[in-house]
Ligand binder design. Structure first.
Ligand SMILES: Cc1cc2nc3c(=O)[nH]c(=O)nc-3n(C[C@H](O)[C@H](O)[C@H](O)COP(=O)(O)OP(=O)(O)OC[C@H]3O[C@@H](n4cnc5c(N)ncnc54)[C@H](O)[C@@H]3O)c2cc1C
Length: 392
């Protein structure tokens, strides 16, 4: 297998690199570098989203018919690697990567016409309403009820860990429409306007000081039947399609390689026991990058990706946490000066005093504990690997 880029792929990489060199403003790069959460804050994300949309590269994982640029999987990977190296803001993917492709695939023409342009323009900001108290790993046990009343569903229940719901004006949601059916068969997929009466968002503050997560309460919220995606009872099939996009297809390796290089540049030479830890993490991140690339080469060749594609999220979580732990140890006491005011990374605010990398390290360390939980916990990933890859 040849892991070198073809001349056409190298030309594409150069085009992307030149664009990022021109189009990524310093304040967005700085804001991205000072983000401790998974996604950039909306003021940063919106600006970067508009720049990518103007270039025609925003919805690069959508089908060409829906406005995607028609890139191959390897072109998408090259784009993500270049973005990671340039330090672009990480855009919230609930809209662009999760509900967008779902609507392209399962939406009615009316839903596509209503939602896709507003998603691209940023008018609609989406949150993901899947998890509930008691229904995370065991998602099929979810209890939020949707009862049909003429042209609407009356929705009652609670969602939790809803990322950036405080900024969202739309929620895609799994609800139980048939409590008598088998758990998976009784679930439907609804699009909810967050401004509907009966929808309440309450913050959950993380140990890192970030406000990324929320509870969403639905109390007799009335949702038009026209906002159901797919048939009644098809929600689980749609959720599986969406979760495959959430868990796979991301270039984790390049982001980790780039973040470790930035840490090395900011923290100086790693000394003592930090040096072998840094080397090990660098090798693991590069190995993950190669694993992802090999999988994509197989996909482009029309082959089924092998079982190694199952390990990427698990391995990426371990490396992510290792890098953020290394950062805290490398910066030492400087990492413990959590900024008094948060968020301090907004583009309209002055840079924090002292090394920004050191000031963000502790928040990042605390925040990245979540990597082994969201998008499927590491224990669940290990079970899937044991069953599907090892055949246990
Ligand atoms: C930062 C963050 C952002 C999130 N964003 C969203 C969002 O936007 N929208 C959304 O819907 N959800 C979101 N989630 C929720 C996430 O999907 C769930 O937290 C996750 O699926 C785990 O579910 P749980 O929290 O209910 O934990 P549980 O499922 O209760 O798990 C608790 C512990 O038990 C272990 N466990 C559970 N079942 C098994 C098993 N069968 N075998 C072995 N071990 C098991 C787990 O691995 C874990 O260690 C987010 C979570 C986090 C941390």
């Amino acid at each position: 297998m040849d892991l070198a880029l073809t001349p056409a792929q190298a030309a594409f990489r150069d085009e992307v690199r030149a664009f990022l060199g021109e189009a990524l403003p310093d304040h967005l790069r700085r804001g991205a570098g000072l983000t401790s959460g998974v996604f950039a804050e909306p003021d940063i994300a919106r600006e970067w989203q508009a720049i990518l949309e103007a270039q025609g590269w925003l919805v690069y994982h959508w089908p060409r018919a829906a406005g995607g640029p028609g890139w191959t999987p390897i072109q998408r990977w090259i784009f993500e690697k270049e973005c990671a190296e340039a330090g672009t803001p990480v855009l919230p993917f609930m809209g662009l990567k999760l509900i967008g492709p779902v609507l392209c695939h399962f939406g009615t023409e009316a839903q596509k016409a209503e939602y896709l342009p507003k998603l691209r323009s940023g008018e609609h900001f989406w949150a993901q309403g899947f998890s509930e108290p008691g229904s995370g790993s065991d998602l099929a046990s979810l209890r939020t009820r949707a009862v049909r009343d003429g042209d609407v569903y009356v929705v009652t229940g609670q969602k939790i860990w809803t990322t950036q719901a405080q900024f969202a004006n739309r929620l895609f949601c799994l609800v139980r429409t048939d409590p008598e059916a088998k758990p998976q068969r009784g679930i439907s997929f609804l699009l909810i306007d967050m401004a509907s009466p009966g929808v309440t968002v309450r913050p959950i503050l993380s140990a890192s000081g970030d406000h990324e997560l929320n509870e969403v309460f639905l109390d007799d919220a009335r949702v038009p039947v026209a906002n159901r995606v797919g048939d009644e009872g098809q929600g689980w099939t749609i959720a599986k399609f969406l979760l495959d996009n959430e868990r796979g297809g991301s270039a984790f390796g390049p982001q980790l390689v780039a973040d470790l290089a930035r840490l090395r540049a900011a923290a100086g030479a790693f000394e003592g026991e930090l040096a072998p830890r840094a080397t090990r993490l660098a090798l693991e991140a590069e190995a993950l990058e190669m694993t992802e690339l090999r999988t994509l080469i197989e996909v482009e060749a029309g082959l089924q990706p092998g079982p190694r594609s199952l390990i990427t999220k698990l391995v990426a979580s371990e490396i992510r946490q290792g890098i953020d732990e290394l950062a805290v140890d490398a910066f030492g006491l400087a990492a413990l000066q959590l900024p008094v005011e948060r968020p301090f990374y907004r583009s309209d605010m002055p840079a924090p005093v002292g090394s920004p990398d050191a000031r963000i390290a502790a928040a990042r360390y605390l925040n990245s504990r979540a990597w082994s939980i969201f998008g499927g916990t590491s224990e669940i990933q290990l079970t899937v690997i044991a069953k599907q890859a090892v055949g246990l």
